[in-house]
Design a protein around this ligand. Structure first.
Ligand code: SF4
Length: 334
């Protein structure tokens, strides 16, 4: 499905923009010629080939400083980021959905769940509302949670933010996450004590995520255990505009020193295993995207911990359950 650039073209033209930076995620790069040609009829356009991960990342300052507008395809805006250039986000929403048989929802009623909290990743926002209609027709009641200022839509979750789940935790029996893949379901489960199910659109079925979450937790606790004797630690700040948490990193630096650990503060635009290995550290505390320590942990030889995991290892926090790292807001980059 090709994305419609017309509203972006209209807005940039209306505001006198001439130079445009186009950012495309990997999945949309095969259409780069078509997008480039269309925008180039109106503006001077450059395309960045750098990998980027979401609306938290507008790329290299040397590149975006030279343009009037950034057009980012595929993601939704993160409203509480102060972008240094106007950014137009053109979201990718899935338009063709599979039919989900009514029987797929029996797993919810069999478990006695009647009040369902609905969540989704951005591509499946429209599908979430269709699921809502279907559930209510089947006699369930549904709630879609309000998001915080990092998120654009009610019910939307990101790998770094589950505020829409927190906001309704007292009102629902369980959550149903409309997505593909397991990450958002696991993240929701880690952020809540309520049961979580995923509606996997590839499988057209509903799955309880608790076994996956247990597997995930076993891996994380193994990493946490591995870090318990660390003496030299890198505290890493990611310089991406929507991941920059310098104040948190400074707090972690102080906490490390107080515990007799030798910390080094690192700013990086990419969590590169070879860089960390060269620095001969025992562990890394990563304050950027919470998915890096989790999704990419196999790339690293040393334990790479989230801030919360670091505080758990050294007894600064003694939570009764695992705490997921979530980003609510970031620091301004000067
Ligand atoms: S911080 Fe990570 S999960 Fe959050 S928007 Fe960026 S890439 Fe996505």
């Amino acid at each position: 499905m090709k994305l419609d650039l017309s509203s972006a073209i209209e807005e940039i033209t209306k505001n006198g923009g001439r130079r445009v930076l186009l950012q495309l995620p990997d999945g949309l790069k095969p259409d780069v010629f078509s997008y480039f040609t269309e925008l180039s009829k109106h503006f001077s356009v450059i395309v960045t080939s750098e990998a980027f991960y979401g609306a938290c990342d507008i790329g290299n300052k040397d590149v975006y400083e030279g343009v009037d507008y950034i057009v980012q395809l595929g993601h939704s805006e993160i409203p509480n980021i102060k972008y240094p250039r106007p950014v137009i986000f053109i979201e990718k929403r899935i338009e063709k959905f599979p039919e989900i048989p009514d029987s797929a929802y029996e797993i919810l009623s069999k478990n006695g769940y009647r009040k369902i909290g609905l969540l989704c990743s951005i591509q499946y926002l429209d599908m979430m509302y269709r699921v809502q209609i279907q559930l209510e027709r089947l006699g369930f009641s549904t709630v879609i949670g309000k998001q915080d200022r990092r998120m654009k839509y009610p019910g939307q979750v990101l790998g770094c933010n589950f505020s829409a789940a927190h906001s309704i935790s007292g009102e629902v029996d369980c959550y149903l996450v409309v997505s593909t893949g397991k990450f958002h379901g696991i993240g929701t489960q880690l952020s809540s004590e309520k049961p979580v199910f995923i509606l996997d659109l590839n499988l057209r079925g509903i799955e309880d995520i608790s076994a996956e979450t247990d597997r995930f937790l076993r891996k994380r606790y193994a990493r946490i255990y591995q870090a318990r004797d660390a003496k030299r630690v890198l505290v890493v700040v990611d310089s991406k505009i929507g991941q920059y948490r310098m104040r948190l990193a400074e707090t972690l630096m102080s906490q490390a020193r107080e515990m007799g650990i030798e910390p080094v503060l690192i700013v990086a635009n990419e969590a590169k295993p070879s860089d960390f290995e060269n620095m001969m550290c025992d562990a890394v505390v990563f304050t950027g995207c919470p998915r890096v320590p989790i999704d990419e942990e196999d790339k690293f030889k040393m334990p790479v911990l989230t801030p919360q995991e670091f505080q758990m290892v050294f007894g600064l926090k003694k939570p009764s359950r695992y705490i997921m790292d979530e980003i609510v807001a970031v620091d301004p980059i000067n």
